[in-house]
Design a protein around this ligand. Structure first.
Ligand SMILES: CCCCC/C=C\CCCC/C=C/C(=O)SCCNC(=O)CCNC(=O)[C@H](O)C(C)(C)COP(=O)(O)OP(=O)(O)OC[C@H]1O[C@@H](n2cnc3c(N)ncnc32)[C@H](O)[C@@H]1OP(=O)(O)O
Length: 302
């Protein structure tokens, strides 16, 4: 990552330090508390992170045009940002959003899976796993502010968060469409979706590679709330205040209890999953599917 978290706070005051203490201790803290904000920012080529220490909320903005696809740089920046935030005692909650118009994230960068050898596939898949694992197992309250289309890996970010708010625009889609691309959602992502939608709905969604419009995603519970696009971020901030009203320790233990089985299964099968991916994605037939899908994406424009 190009730069590190910079501490830009210039002053402390009784009010701001007590708000920061409030953020650290996990006690309820009324929003908005704009008066004396402490902001830490970090920017890499693909991701910007703004942490407001006075509220304990970090906003991670995906800023990799044209579609926030998850290439190696993106995945590395994401992992480093998550590690820093997780260790920062001033940070209790994370909002994920996009600076790219109309797109939250197009998912994994297909170019990272196309025409590459098994060594690259191994490194890439470990980084994908790490992104999911860091978000899914985070101690922070995580809210996806989905302000655009969010297929495949984009949906992964949303699914592994605690709460999903999406822009109320029927042209925006979200879902796990891997099968359409000729690839397969890994077991841990499937498990994550089962927890959110239930077994039957997940089976239909995955087999049919379904991308849901925002209203349909709300109907099946793939997102929790729809709001006008310009309110996605402010609603995420308001929602965070509600989640912050629960003491951190009890919410965190509850979260880890709910997610433990999926995490344990992932950790026990992690290396096998990497080998499976590397073998699968380098097969001629899978490469052919990826090539056809890529050509379709490019042709769409012509
Ligand atoms: C049994 C063993 C287990 C094996 C497991 C195997 C695989 C597991 C993988 C599972 C996990 C996740 C997988 C993925 O995420 S795969 C990626 C799937 N993503 C998509 O299908 C989305 C494709 N993109 C779109 O639908 C659209 O781009 C859009 C996001 C709706 C945005 O539309 P629009 O604003 O109209 O932009 P364009 O379509 O014009 O795209 C602009 C340029 O970006 C390129 N592009 C788009 N998406 C991707 C991508 N995912 N990767 C790389 N490049 C992408 C597109 O081609 C355009 O490029 P150009 O300007 O050069 O033409």
């Amino acid at each position: 990552m190009a730069s590190v978290l910079r501490h830009s706070a210039k002053f402390t005051s009784g009010i701001s330090s007590s708000l920061a203490a409030c953020a650290r201790n996990g006690t309820a803290c009324a929003f908005p508390c704009h008066a004396f904000r402490h902001r830490n920012s970090s920017t890499s080529s693909k991701i910007r992170v703004d942490l407001d220490s006075s509220t304990g909320v970090a906003v991670m903005t995906l800023q990799g045009p044209p579609v926030n696809s998850m290439c190696m740089d993106f995945l590395t920046d994401f992992a480093i940002s998550m590690e820093k935030l997780e260790l920062d005692k001033n940070c209790r909650g994370l909002i994920l959003t996009s600076a790219v118009p109309k797109v939250f994230s197009a998912g994994l960068d297909i170019m990272e899976m196309y025409g590459k050898g098994p060594e690259h596939a191994t490194v890439f898949w470990r980084a994908v796993q790490e992104m999911w694992f860091k978000l899914y197992s985070s101690n922070m309250v995580t809210i996806a502010a989905v302000n655009g289309s969010s297929p495949a890996g984009g949906c992964l970010l949303a699914l592994s968060s605690d709460y999903r708010i999406m822009a109320d625009n029927p042209r925006y889609v979200i879902g796990l469409n891997e099968a359409q691309v000729g690839i397969v959602a890994p077991f841990w992502l499937k498990d994550n979706m089962v927890q959110t939608l239930g077994h039957r709905q997940t089976e239909k969604s995955l087999q049919l590679a379904q991308l849901y419009s925002a209203p349909d995603a709300l109907k099946i519970g793939l997102v929790d709330k729809l709001v006008p696009e310009e309110k996605v971020l402010s609603t995420a901030t308001e929602t965070m205040a509600k989640w912050f009203s629960i003491p951190d320790h009890s919410r965190q233990i509850t979260k880890s209890m709910m997610r433990k089985q999926t995490i344990d299964k992932f950790l026990s099968n992690r290396e096998t999953d990497i080998n499976n991916f590397a073998n699968f994605v380098t097969k001629d037939s899978i490469q052919k599917s990826l090539g056809t899908y890529l050509a379709k994406l490019k042709k769409k424009k012509a």
